[in-house]
Design a protein around this ligand. Structure first.
Ligand code: NDP
Length: 478
């Protein structure tokens, strides 16, 4: 008997994906650097399906049908390169090496190019949904060659989550496209969590609503256009009482948010692409600020607040709901716009309707909203920005008065709402007829002769600021 796929790296993610594959009828060859993990999996879960136990990579390779499919699920970074180096001499042209870890897309591009030279396929796949998703159906974002997807896609589609009968897995694009899209997914996840946190803070500090009461509000919100996995679990976390103290659980957790790095990667990439992904950036910075414990303690003693003691009105809770929805929409719009920029930069043919569709199930940002986003990008003429799709421009227009009220109130009360407010600034910036960027260009021309364009003439100009301030035609040094 030979296996249809081999998995090397059997920590939580690899083990659960292997089990998911076996449960779906595939024979799976198992390998881990230390054999103990392989045996532990077999001992507990051999009933899941057909497994082949191997101790070495040679045995793993020998146990696979051709073209071979080897899924690497080891720690991201150096270990992936190390496993690839050991695997490659054992493989034959046409075999497929798959990296399902959280690798940086540029590493995936590099690995894909190196293996292509040896006639091997290298496929970076983004896998979202954590351990539970890996076992029961994740959202899967595969990159690599289209040819490799023909051999690999059917397996991945079978084990992925399904929504309305459609798999949450589709070929994303060549080389690192899958890992890039997974990275942006994680960036959106950061923003999504931050806006929920801002809503929580506003309801608590602005309206005095305790966590248990808020749990009910979030449960109600989960029946609205906000319906999503993250809103659902927010209700669960806020409704939880700490067994040791009897206090709301959220009050006994240290308010310093950690990060593993994919949000930071998204922002670095956005900066490289010149993509205005302010919501995701503010979310990453908000986590960084939350972790500056010493400075925060000192600031509480040394920095004035001058908050205004205003009482919030009756409609405040619903205003926050609308502001949350509008800010969330902007975060998605920014993330998707970043994908459009990346598609141009890296020559990927990214289909935003499919990407939104495969985020509908299995992954952390799964949300009702994604159904309408899929629809918006399936339209004959794709909107240049998600916010331009009629369903969303109308939704934002409806939420706008509440959004402005909430941001203004937060500022008066001294409650930080970096994503609520930066998303509103993005929205206003996008639709503003004249931006102060004209002044920025003027300043750049004065101190650095960086030139400018005129609103009433073609060409590039420079003013002789240090001489008679006359204008000359110049080389474009924008
Ligand atoms: P870990 O990231 O904790 O990695 C542990 C695995 O890597 C073990 O099987 C270990 O083998 C192996 N390993 C480490 N170094 C080497 C090496 N030099 N050579 C060979 N094998 C090595 O495992 P996870 O299951 O948590 O994650 C796997 C990947 O999936 C990571 O890229 C992670 O970022 C990604 N991911 C994780 C998610 C999660 O929720 N945990 C969600 C989505 C993606 P040994 O047992 O011998 O030490």
């Amino acid at each position: 008997m030979s296996a249809q796929i081999g998995v090397t790296g059997l920590a939580v993610m690899g083990a659960n994906l292997a089990r998911n594959l076996a449960r779906n009828g595939f024979t799976v060859a198992l390998h881990n650097r230390s054999v103990a993990k392989t045996d532990a999996l077999l001992e507990k879960h051999s009933g899941d399906g057909e497994f082949i136990r191997t101790e070495t990579l040679q045995e793993l390779v020998d146990s696979l049908e051709k073209p071979r499919r080897v899924l690497i699920m080891v720690k991201a970074g150096g270990p992936v390169d190390s496993v690839i180096d050991q695997l490659v001499p054992l493989l034959e042209p046409g075999d497929i090496v798959i990296d399902g870890g959280n690798s940086h897309f540029q590493d995936t591009r590099r690995r894909e190019a190196a293996l292509a030279k040896k006639d091997l396929h290298f496929v970076g796949i983004g896998v979202s949904g954590g351990e539970e998703g890996a076992l029961n159906g994740p959202s899967i974002m595969p990159g690599g060659s289209k040819e490799s997807y023909a051999a690999l896609g059917p397996l991945l589609e079978k084990i992925s989550a399904h929504v309305d009968g459609k798999p949450c897995c589709a070929w994303i694009g060549t080389d690192g496209a899958g890992h890039f899209v997974k990275m942006v997914h994680n960036g959106i996840e950061y923003a999504d969590m931050q806006v929920i946190g801002e809503a929580f803070d506003l309801l608590r500090s602005g309206a005095g609503i305790e966590p248990a009461e808020q749990a009910k509000i979030f449960t109600e919100w989960n029946q609205t256009e906000l319906a999503s996995f993250l809103i659902e679990i927010t209700a669960e976390v806020l409704g939880h009482t700490d067994a040791r103290t009897g206090k709301p659980f959220v009050d006994v957790v240290v308010d310093a948010a950690g990060q593993k790095g994919t949000g930071r990667w998204t922002v670095i990439s956005a900066l490289e692409l010149g993509s205005p992904t302010s919501g995701i950036a503010e979310s990453v910075f908000a986590r960084a600020l939350s972790s500056q414990a010493a400075q925060r303690a000192e600031a509480q003693e040394k920095l004035a607040g001058h908050e205004e003691k205003i009482a919030v009105g009756e409609g405040f809770v619903d205003d926050v709901r609308q502001a949350l929805f509008a800010s969330k929409l902007v975060s998605y719009a920014q993330g998707l716009d970043m994908l459009t920029g990346a598609a141009k930069e890296y020559s990927w043919d990214l289909r935003l309707d499919e990407i939104a569709g495969l985020w509908r199930g299995g992954c952390i940002i799964r949300a009702e909203l994604l159904k309408d986003i899929t629809k918006a990008y399936s339209a004959q003429e794709e909107p240049a920005n998600l916010l331009f799709a009629p369903a969303f421009s109308e939704a934002i227009a409806g939420a706008l008065p509440a959004w402005r009220r909430v941001v203004a109130t937060a500022v008066q009360l001294g409650i930080p709402v970096p994503v609520f407010s930066s998303s509103l600034a993005y929205y206003d910036g996008l639709r503003r007829k004249r931006l102060p960027a004209a002044l920025t260009q003027g300043l750049r021309d004065l101190f650095g002769a960086h030139t400018y364009h005129r609103v009433d003439d073609d060409g590039t100009f420079h003013t002789l600021w240090g001489e008679d301030k006359s204008e000359i035609v110049a080389e474009d040094t924008h």
